[in-house]
Write a protein that binds this ligand. Structure first.
Ligand code: KQY
Length: 363
């Protein structure tokens, strides 16, 4: 039987490993929400299948799916992808799944954050979100792992760790009034330190332009290794992303990481800019939370890739830049397999490959 623990990972000697450390699995959730995914989720489902197949080349994948979509998902997914019935409100496993912590005795536990659909009743994207909020605990129970119910609202995509004491995040998201309005920066840092055993928080002012998550860090940067990150970069000084990327560069270069390293920043080209077409917008059911208007700027970024057992699964978003990005990733990750997946459909839903996946560390 698994337990919900009332201590903290730091007290118990557990830390969150980096994404480049070994993994035993990756979890995803099947898309079907018609006010987020166009045409009843059909095009997104085909893309999720391609992402799952790509990851499964190096890491076992488990897909959770509603009862009503079970047969459909089973018929679309290869047999080596494990399918598990679970209720969700949507399909962003990075944000609704557990953040895992490990200790040096080879044990693993989940951290189960409070989830409020990216802003609750202030500026959240849907209501209710209770099924999503229950997912992290269910994943831990299924895997037979104990978990901690952390005392703050947080989505997995709003943090990156380097596994060596440093956490990266954005002020835009973690200090947003729709997340933890009663806590200040120092109090949030204390919770991150207690629940992930990080020693230093690197604050970046803003996330990617027009990101409906309030600026998740995983749509702006990725951690390559301790002391080294990629940052989405924009060369057009008339583009709103131009200043955001420069402010991020400045923040990264003027703070040292937990081990006192000067952070090395690699510029990652920005796709596009990309915009939603009339046809794409017309396939989405109208809702209060998620706007899908023709001509709206999409929050496209190549930083939204998954690292899984020496394999990079990155989004193909713009054929004029996809190849350049593959070359850069090959240089940054020597010996890793680099796989691109056409990810426009995930982008139309408001995120990308990193946002729809959650890795489980190997123990
Ligand atoms: O982590 C993410 N980027 C999730 C995006 C959620 C968008 C919901 N439409």
């Amino acid at each position: 039987m698994t337990k919900q623990l009332t201590t903290t990972p730091k007290q118990d000697g557990f830390r969150m490993p980096a994404e480049h450390e070994p993994q035993s699995g990756v979890w995803m959730a099947w898309p079907e929400r018609t006010d987020n995914w166009r045409y009843g989720g059909k095009p997104a489902q085909a893309t999720f299948v391609e992402v799952a197949k790509a990851i499964a080349q190096t890491t076992p994948v488990t897909m959770v799916v509603s009862a009503s979509q079970f047969e459909n998902a089973r018929s679309m997914l290869p047999s080596d992808i494990q399918l598990l019935e679970m209720s969700t409100d949507d399909s962003w496993m990075r944000d609704i799944g557990p953040s895992y912590v490990v200790n040096d005795k080879g044990e693993r536990r989940g951290v189960d954050w409070h989830f409020n659909a990216w802003g609750g009743l202030v500026d959240g994207l849907y209501f209710p979100w209770d099924k999503d909020d229950a997912v992290a605990r269910k994943v831990c129970e299924t895997l037979g792992d104990n978990s901690y119910r952390a005392p703050i609202v947080l989505e997995g995509g709003s943090i990156h760790v380097d596994g060596d004491g440093t956490l990266y995040t954005t002020e835009e998201c973690l200090l947003h009034p729709s997340r933890n309005p009663d806590l200040d920066r120092a109090q949030i840092e204390e919770v991150l330190k207690a629940y992930l055993s990080v020693e230093k928080v690197i604050w970046i002012p803003q996330g990617l332009y027009n990101d409906e998550t309030n600026g998740h860090v995983d749509n702006l940067i990725h951690v390559v290794r301790p002391g080294e990150v990629v940052l989405t970069w924009c060369e057009d000084d008339t583009d709103p992303q131009y200043n955001i990327s420069r402010m991020a560069m400045d923040a990264l270069l003027t703070q040292k990481d937990a081990k006192g390293r000067q952070i090395k920043v690699h510029k990652l080209p920005m796709p596009g800019p990309l915009f939603i077409s009339e046809d794409e917008a017309s396939g989405v059911d109208a809702s209060d939370g998620m706007e899908r208007v023709p001509g709206e700027r999409l929050a496209g970024s190549y930083a939204n890739y998954l690292i899984s057992n020496e394999h990079i699964i990155y989004p193909l978003l713009d054929e004029t830049r996809d190849g350049e990005v593959a070359s850069l990733l090959s240089e940054l990750y020597p010996g890793y397999q680099i796989t691109g997946v056409d990810a426009r459909e995930i982008l139309l839903g408001g995120g990308n490959i990193h946002c729809i996946t959650q890795q489980i560390p190997q123990i």
